[in-house]
Design a protein around this ligand. Structure first.
Ligand code: UDP
Ligand code: MG
Length: 312
C-alpha cells in the first residue's frame, strides 16, 4: 500500500498563492509514485478571497482539504491545526508563499525513509534580506540557545517533515501558544537538518509584522526556559551585594562628620533601579500571564468550516 503524506500549509490572506502551491505540490507527487498525498490548507482567518480560491481548488482536487479558522489565530496554531487533522504517515509543513521550495519534498521523504523521524530545514542566509534583519535573526538564535537548551539552528524554519509518531505527540500537546520550531527539536527522536536556499515570495507581502515577529521571539524564549527568572534573581543579588560596598563610605562620612554628598547619584540610582525593577516585574509578569492563559483552558483554535471529517 502507498504511504500517505500530509502536506500542511497555513494561509493568511494568500489568495494569490494557493493555486500556485497546490499545483506545485501536485506536480511533485506526480513524480513520486510510491506516495499518496493530501494537502491541508489552513485558512487562518483571512479577509481576502482565500476562502473562495479554496472552494475552487476543492472542487477540482479530491486530495485537497481545508480548515477554516473563525478568526486569525496565528501561524503556529494554523500549522498545529493542520497536524492535528492530518492522517498521513508523515506530515510536512510549509509556507504558502513558495519560499519553501516544494521541489525539496523528495529529499525530505528520502531522509524519512532512511529512518529519520524529524527532517527539519535550515534556511541558508538570504542575501536579499536587509543586513539588520540577518543580524537580528542570528542574534536571536544565539540568544534563545543560550537561554534554552534546545539547540535551535540559526535559520530554522517552519518547513519540516515529522513522522506520525511526532504528529501524535504534537496533537496531544495543549500548549496555549506552541512554538513549533522549538517543540519539534524538544521531542527528540532521530533528527536530520537540510540546508536550503529560500525562494522569493511568489505573491503578496510578508504576513509577519514586526509585532508578530517580536511576539514569536519572546514566546520562543519563555516557553522553553525559566532562565530569565534566575537571571533576575542573580541580578538582584549582585546589586544587593554591590550596595554593601557603599556602607564603609557612609560610616566614614558619619565618623568624620562630613556630609554625604550626591543628589545626582541618588536620583540616578533611583531611576536605574526603578527601571530595573519594572523590567524584572515584566519578566515575572510574562510567565504569570502565560500561566493565566493556560489555566483558562480555552481551545487553542476554533474551526469555522472544514471538509475533513472531524474525529476520524
Ligand atoms: N501565516 C498565518 N497566520 C499569520 C501569519 C502568517 O497563517 O497570522 C502564514 C502565511 O500565510 C504563510 C506563513 O504563515 O503561509 C509564513 O508567513 P510569511 O510568509 O508572511 O512570513 P515570512 O516568510 O515573511 O517570515
Ligand atoms: Mg514567507
Amino acid at each position: 500500500m502507498k504511504k500517505l503524506v500530509s502536506v500542511v500549509v497555513p494561509a493568511y490572506n494568500e489568495a494569490a498563492n494557493i493555486w500556485q502551491i497546490s499545483k506545485a505540490i501536485d506536480q511533485v507527487f506526480e513524480c513520486l509514485p510510491a506516495y499518496d498525498y493530501e494537502l491541508i490548507v489552513v485558512n487562518d482567518g483571512s479577509t481576502d478571497e482565500t476562502m473562495q480560491v479554496i472552494g475552487e481548488i476543492k472542487a477540482l482536487n479530491p486530495k485537497f482539504f481545508y480548515l477554516e479558522f473563525s478568526k486569525n489565530f496565528g501561524h503556529q496554531l494554523a500549522v498545529k491545526a493542520g497536524i492535528d487533522h492530518a492522517k498521513g504517515d508523515c506530515v510536512i509543513s510549509m509556507d504558502c508563499d513558495m519560499q519553501h521550495p516544494p521541489e525539496m519534498i523528495p529529499e525530505l521523504l528520502a531522509k524519512w525513509e532512511e529512518g529519520y523521524e524529524v527532517v527539519y530545514t535550515i534556511r541558508k542566509e538570504d542575501r536579499r534580506l536587509s543586513y539588520t534583519k540577518r543580524i537580528t535573526s542570528k542574534m536571536y538564535y544565539k540568544f534563545i540557545n543560550s537561554l534554552a537548551d534546545i539547540g535551535l539552528e540559526s535559520g530554522s524554519a517552519d518547513f519540516r517533515l515529522i513522522d506520525r509518531k511526532i504528529a501524535n505527540i504534537m496533537m496531544n500537546l495543549q500548549e496555549n501558544e506552541p512554538f513549533l520550531r522549538g517543540l519539534s527539536r524538544w521531542v527528540g527522536f532521530r533528527q536530520y537538518g537540510i540546508k536550503y536556499d529560500p525562494a522569493k515570495r511568489f505573491a503578496g507581502k510578508s504576513k509577519y509584522t514586526l509585532k508578530k515577529m517580536l511576539r514569536l521571539a519572546l514566546h520562543g524564549v519563555t516557553s522553553f526556559s525559566i532562565r530569565p527568572l534566575y537571571f533576575a534573581a542573580y541580578l538582584g543579588l549582585t546589586f544587593s551585594l554591590l550596595s554593601l560596598l557603599y556602607v564603609p563610605y557612609v560610616m566614614y562620612s558619619l565618623y568624620t562628620g562630613s556630609k554625604v554628598s550626591g543628589w545626582a547619584s541618588v536620583i540616578m540610582t533611583i531611576v536605574f533601579f526603578g527601571g530595573l525593577q519594572l523590567c524584572i516585574l515584566g519578566i515575572i509578569g510574562i510567565y504569570i500571564g502565560k500561566m493565566f492563559m493556560q489555566t483558562k483552558d480555552r481551545p487553542n483554535y476554533i474551526i469555522r468550516s472544514t471538509n475533513i471529517t472531524l474525529y476520524r
